[in-house]
Design a protein around this ligand. Structure first.
Ligand SMILES: Cc1cc2nc3c(=O)[nH]c(=O)nc-3n(C[C@H](O)[C@H](O)[C@H](O)COP(=O)(O)O)c2cc1C
Length: 321
């Protein structure tokens, strides 16, 4: 049997590569929406996901923001959890033993107040072994730059990624914020500083008001908007960034179905993350994997890599055409 015939018999290959990391399929559970994995382990086999990313981790434990922390919006939700987490020490002791047995690559989403804090966490996680790498959340205030968000300046993104790069030889992905003027510039800074991949988008800053009390709905006043409402923005940014970078781009923002995931892949994403959809259906990730497989079978696509960045654009289309 020829290789092509063998592939057809086995079904399409959903395998994808994020630099040094090979995933059996492109669907990753997004940080902050999948706990530390153990919360979902009784509901879905974690091994059927391409990878999972744990809740944002800092050196010290954090209690997070005052309630209410969640608000439903049209086609989405606002959250202001405030990066509540158990802290590095408890993570190493209590969470890693389970994660080592997860049967899918596990990335740890990390954040800090200084570039050095990011690097310290990355180094201690790589020494712990059993994890696939880190996802750097740069949407945090930079203490050294007077509280400006790391993510909003190419210079501070470069600084934090270089420091993490020197601290670990494990896989490093940089999660970009959409709350910036030029996402491509920030992505290029991450690539130049040695990132293995970038992921985008994080939430968009929003506000909800209760007109009866004339007070903000969220305890933190503002929150991060996620869900289907942000998909067109995520798609546009992934498309722009993928054209300008050599490293892989992981797309997210509003993915609830296989079709949403396919849109991101066609726009140039090498893999995708599923976030808020988990709050509606804990099995969303699994269903998306199945749906991608079905689409590939129906359309006679044997390798996912053939779909990545396959967007067809007519020569006479585009802004100003
Ligand atoms: C409740 C909640 C908590 C989140 N926590 C984190 C986090 O700790 N670190 C991070 O980088 N992103 C966090 N995110 C952002 C998501 O990982 C994702 O980037 C965003 O929600 C967009 O994807 P979605 O529309 O599929 O939810 C959080 C999102 C939600 C809804």
């Amino acid at each position: 049997m020829t290789k092509a015939a063998e592939q057809k018999k086995e079904g399409p290959s959903l395998e994808t590569r994020l630099g040094p990391l090979t995933l059996k399929n492109p669907v990753i559970a997004a940080s902050g929406t999948f706990g530390y994995g153990e919360e979902y382990a009784g509901i879905i086999p974690l091994g059927s996901l391409g990878a999972m990313i744990t809740k944002g981790l800092s050196l010290e434990p954090r209690k997070g923001n005052p309630p209410p922390r969640l608000a439903e919006t049209a086609s989405g939700m606002l959250n202001a959890i405030g990066l509540e987490n158990v802290g590095l020490k408890a993570f190493l002791k209590e969470k890693i033993p389970f994660l080592r047995k997860a049967r899918c690559p596990v990335l740890v989403n990390i954040f800090g107040a200084t570039a050095r804090e990011y690097a310290d966490i990355a180094r201690r996680l790589s020494e712990a072994e059993g994890l696939a790498g880190v996802e750097i959340n740069v949407s945090c205030p930079n203490l050294k730059a007077g509280g400006a968000i790391f993510a909003s300046e190419a210079k501070s993104v470069h600084q934090v990624v270089s420091k993490v790069r020197r601290a670990t030889s494990s896989f490093v992905m940089v999660k970009l914020s959409p709350n910036v003027a030029d996402i491509v510039k920030i992505a290029q800074a991450a690539e130049e500083a040695g990132a293995d991949a970038v992921s985008l988008i994080n939430t968009l800053t929003g506000l909800a008001i209760d007109v009866r009390t004339r007070t903000p709905v969220l305890g933190n006043i503002t929150g991060g908007l996620s869900g289907p409402a942000i998909k067109p923005i995520g798609l546009r940014m992934v498309w722009q960034v993928a054209q300008c970078l050599r490293i892989p781009v992981v797309g997210m923002g509003g993915i609830v179905s296989a079709e949403d995931a396919l849109e991101y892949i066609i726009a140039g994403a090498t893999a995708v993350q599923v976030g808020s959809a988990h709050f509606i259906d804990a099995k969303a990730g699994l269903k998306i994997v199945d749906g991608i497989q079905t689409y590939m079978r129906i359309n006679d696509i044997s390798h996912l890599t053939d779909l990545i960045g396959s967007l067809k654009i007519r020569r006479d289309s585009g802004p100003g055409a």
